[in-house]
Ligand binder design. Sequence first.
Ligand code: HEM
Ligand code: HEM
Length: 258
Amino acid sequence: MTVRILLAMLRPQHWRDENMAGRAIWEAGAPLSRYSQVAIILHWAIALLILFNLFTGLLHDSVPRAVFAFHVSSGITVLILSVVRIFWRLTHRPPPYPSDMPNWERGLAHLVHFCLYASMLLLPLSGWAMISANPPAGSPGAAYADSIKAPKPPAAAAALPDANKPAAPPSAKRRGPPMFWNLVKLPLIKPLQDIGRTPEGVAAQKEKHEQIETFHGLGGYVMLALLFLHIVGALKHQFIDRQREFARMGIGRPGRVG
Ligand code: HEM
Ligand code: HEM
């Protein structure tokens, strides 16, 4: 069912049909106050993935590595689905707000939605840039970065024959290439990766990596704040203003406007 709807999104005929159906109901004066099924599925799929990413990102020191491994795939999926979502939003009319909704609330809702869309693109893009800003595996830059990262062995260990030396700590080892859902290799952003291809570029790349990491981390808190506003707004409309707010996003029966 979900797959059929997602595939239907790829057919221009479907966009026309849905727009025309929406317009016909609109013109009859009683549109359903609900987003299209595709928009609803995308909203909740993206929301679940983002919540997973915020959870694994903010608690990444206490989350098992095997779970954090999905942070990258989930984030890139958010990026892909958000591009589809934004395209869908620009080509489809959203359900109208209740006519008695004050202008300031409409403005605030639009502003928060706009900022949410921006963070749905910028957070995954900055994550992708962050993991790209590392020396390419096998390059002289990678060997140099590893050599300055590896802690010096204590004098006693250095004196041991090779076979008895303790294994290098994991931080000194290159991990494999990042994978997308363990299926395909995730392509990295080459210009960022290439900065550290030679030992001379490693320090500049590290600085860039740290700047992007700070942006990504702060972005997580900004998104959390936006989500707080978003959810408080939805709860206010549903329970204080007694509108069928959740039904607009597919939870419960939608009302009619008119
Ligand atoms: C990571 C989580 C979430 C993100 C990124 C997100 C994002 C968005 C965005 C961008 C819209 C605007 C739709 C448009 O283009 O007009 C929207 C609408 C909406 N969201 Fe969320 N949302 C999230 C979670 C939630 C949750 C947990 C709820 C439930 C309380 C919720 C309820 C709604 C409702 C009711 C609307 C319709 C707003 C309206 O037009 O009246 N969302 N969401
Ligand atoms: C919706 C998408 C995403 C959200 C909400 C998100 C959120 C976060 C947050 C809040 C952190 C913690 C930052 C800190 O403690 O400083 C984090 C860390 C991280 N994120 Fe994301 N992220 C997303 C997408 C991505 C993507 C697409 C990638 C890579 C392709 C990525 C890679 C990372 C990495 C490697 C870290 C660990 C950084 C470190 O070691 O401090 N993230 N993420």
